[in-house]
Design a protein around this ligand. Sequence first.
Ligand code: CMP
Length: 131
Amino acid sequence: MIKPDAVENGHIGAILDKITAAGFKIVAMKYTQLSKRDAEEFYAIHKERPFFGELVEFMTRGPIVAAILEKDNAVDDFRTLIGATNPEEAAEGTIRKLYAASIGENAVHGSDSDENAAIESAFHFSGREIF
Ligand code: CMP
């Protein structure tokens, strides 16, 4: 996902450009907005964390871009491309270093495993929307 902060700041095009330049193929994509219920479900794994309320509030405050990306070693390579969760710790040139302001408002989300990538893909897309 390209998160609400990056959308608000006009970074959709630049982020997609970095993603495709890094060799990822976009097999599904949509511009949408999460409801509170959607965000609570998507981030259910974090529901006991102190930042959960803030995370749901942030992720629902404006539109996002959801996408499914395909590549060999996609999960690890995407995490390298986006950089550390906290942009202060993200490597130079990574998407979060370039476009994120804080650990909470960190511009992009990437799945942390192939298993979660499948779950998160099904959360956002039906079979007819995946190419
Ligand atoms: P993401 O990779 O989407 O996965 C969980 C999200 O929770 C994370 O990016 C951040 O947006 C948010 N998050 C993680 N840690 C914190 C924190 N300490 N404070 C606020 N938000 C956080």
